[in-house]
Design a protein around this ligand. Sequence first.
Ligand code: F6R
Length: 616
Amino acid sequence: MCGIVGYTGYREAYPILIKGLHRLEYRGYDSAGVATLGEDGKLKIYKAVGKVVNLEQQAEGNDHSGTLGIAHTRWATHGAPNERNAHPHLSQSGKLTLVHNGIIENAGILRQQLSSKGYTFKSDTDSEVMLQLIEYTREKHKRDLASSVRAALKKIIGAYAIALIDEDSPDTIIVARKSSPLAIGIGENNSEYFIASDASPIAGYTNRIVYLEDDQIAVCRRGEELQIMDFNAMRVEVDAKEIDLDVSMLDKGGFPHFMAREIFDQPAVLRECMRGRLLTAHRRIVLSAVSGHREDLIGARRFIMVSCGTSWHAALIGKQLIEEYCRIPVEVAYASEFRYSNPVVGPGDVVFAISQSGETADTLSAIQLAKERGALIFGIVNAVGSSIARASDTGVYIHVGPEIGVASTKAFTGQTTVFAMLALALGREKGTVDEKTYEAVFSELENIPNKIQSILDRSDEIKAIASAYAGKRNVLYLGRGMNYPVALEGALKLKEISYIHAEGYPAAEMKHGPIALIDEDMPVVFLANSCGQYEKILSNMQEVISRGGDVIAVVTEGDTRVKEIVDKVIEIPDTIDSLVPLLSVIPMQLLAYHIAVAKGLDVDQPRNLAKSVTVE
Ligand code: F6R
């Protein structure tokens, strides 16, 4: 999704803005632009289609001086991805320039109204409409810019985060938000302000960050205190948080892609996720959200999980873990479907929001609805201070560090690890998990990072298998029980980054339809590592082989029966059934990664995809 960066202070803005755009590249975009305001009091705007480096080439050798500026990466919604539609947009008078993230739903009607008042438009975007409306409001009512922004935004229906500068105010950026994230970094003594869609462009400059709330406008003027107000012009207290962002986590750490680093980082980040929570010496699991809401959780009527994509797959695993160890009924819903289904939800329900970015618009609206209806909201989020984290009543951060590659990997294993700890801790409180099982799962959780490492050490074997599949058009993924969500996740990873059509199914469902697809051109990935239903999965595999299907099987180390019938076998260590996804997903991630690399594709920023999906 679009990314916003802004700077006002005493340093040259351009390098800060470009560095910030690079840090936001992971969100996915198709064009980029930058505006700076130099000492001559004139705005300089550069735009380019494609990558941020194209923008740098455009600006090279040209004047981009100034200590005030805004910049943007655009993910097209209204209008094709071309230079005309790239941001920053310039107002009719040429005085105001704006960057916008989000969608304006009434842009069509506003455009007509403004056209009838003599406004012309240079782009097809809803963002330019918003800017012209701000300018029109200022000129009509002769108000200051912040008041004009406030009045104009009251007429706008939709989602937005904006940053706006005025040629006549060389030290000020005005920002506003509704349903789209925006962070403001505050420099020492308010000497400078950093604006960004998330904290990553701000990391390394300051740790003091304010996350703007919905329906708030902020005036960031260098050398002056930050002013935040709501849409009724009431001043809001500035609540700056100290956020520790590890800058070293924002690079590839020697790997060719962020996705590779994130796959290979999993042993370390899962240890981090469990640190201070899985207390080895005391055999206790400490999650403050569980102890703090013990009665609400134990006494809950049911749990409902809302999420999207990979986080939805993790929720399917969470359901199995919680039902097994806590005996609490769990429903899993796509956030987008839940939101618009008039759900039966209310007091006594606990709604879990699972999200890596913490900014997914569908998930955020789903929990807002559930909250209005009286449910307790429990967030399982990676991005600290994100909108979903803030909208939750309680929750657990997965703490796996920033995930930059568009395809989610370490967030999935982090979410699954949190679900395992949560289910065990709550099951113990509730008395639904016996001591022997508790101890066995607890000990195995401690071993999981080493076991994941042993799979990663075999990455080259998986790469060798992958090389034969780069030319395929379709792949089927099959698994049962705990491996069914892993089959879905394997298929999602492959389609996202290799553009090969892939479907995940519960293995037993194959005979109810997908078996018609099986022939020698249909590779089938079987998750056949021991997971409770080994004999059954073996029969499903025979059904595929006897129809000429090409099988790749994930098996438990030492398995001999699958090897007798299949040549392409990926061995993984044995583990407890309930933790199987933490291991079996690793070959799925590596297979997709190596196939995409073999196809020469942009693994970290696959076409059409955005990392943080901030529109519904
Ligand atoms: C898959 C992927 C997406 C996200 C989905 C939810 O690799 O990245 O499917 O999982 O957009 O995002 P979050 O978890 O940020 O809410």
